[in-house]
Design a protein. Structure first.
Length: 226
């Protein structure tokens, strides 16, 4: 049964109640507003990540180019091609005859004058052009024995005698502003072996020196680079 008197009392009560303003303010704290800046922030972070990636790639390219071996070792704008022994025709000459072929070969004659035992030189021609000179030496110096295979190559930087390809795989060093490749090995009898390659005056030099002197390659550099 409807109680008219009780209903009237409740209506009068709610009409006289004033809701404190701080109640609605506190309630607003718990309602998470939509972040209008979130899409902009995401775009900014994506752009920053893209910039960092581009910067990293650019620096990598720069340092690989800037600090790679100098031009006297690097290929001249192309892939290295290797020629084989079968492409060469040879003549033999002694230490005096070889010095007349090219001034860069005078050091072989000087080694002989200095007491080294120098074998006759093999002079290889490819397509009628001087390609490579080979010889072997043995000598004593400062109580150390040096046994060396020597190759002097006259082809362009991109063209390399196939048996010498691993000479370019050594550690890069510098002597009097000339870069060189050095590979250290050990012979079967336990003796240190230095494999040295460098370019000087447009001529390519290769030395394989077996000696108790672990730094025998330095004497080769000193002999050629003045």
């Amino acid at each position: 049964m409807k109680d008219d008197r009780l209903e009237k009392q409740f209506a009068e009560y709610f009409e006289n109640v004033n809701t404190p303003c701080n109640i609605t303010a506190d309630a607003k704290k718990y309602v998470k507003p939509k972040n209008a800046y979130k899409p902009t922030l995401v775009k900014f972070l994506c752009a920053a990540a893209s910039f960092a990636l581009v910067l990293t790639v650019s620096l990598t390219v720069f340092f690989n180019v800037r600090f790679s071996p100098s031009d006297n070792l690097a290929p001249e704008g192309g892939r290295i091609s290797y020629y084989e022994e079968t492409e060469l025709s040879y003549i033999q000459t002694d230490v005096y005859g070889v010095s007349k072929i090219d001034p860069s070969l005078n050091f072989i004659k000087n080694l002989a004058y200095g007491g080294a035992n120098v074998k006759d030189c093999e002079v290889g021609y490819r397509d009628g052009n001087l390609a490579i000179v080979k010889t072997e030496i043995s000598m004593l110096h400062s109580l150390s024995r040096y046994d060396a295979e020597i190759f002097v190559e006259f082809t362009d930087v991109n063209s390399v005698y196939s048996p010498l390809k691993d000479y370019r795989e050594g550690t890069v060093g510098k002597y009097r502003d000339v870069d060189y490749y050095l590979t250290r090995e050990t012979s079967e009898n336990g003796e240190p072996v230095n494999k040295l390659h460098f370019v000087y005056g447009g001529t390519k030099y290769y030395f394989r020196v077996a000696s108790a002197d672990e730094n025998s390659y330095i004497k080769c550099l000193e002999m050629i680079i003045k």
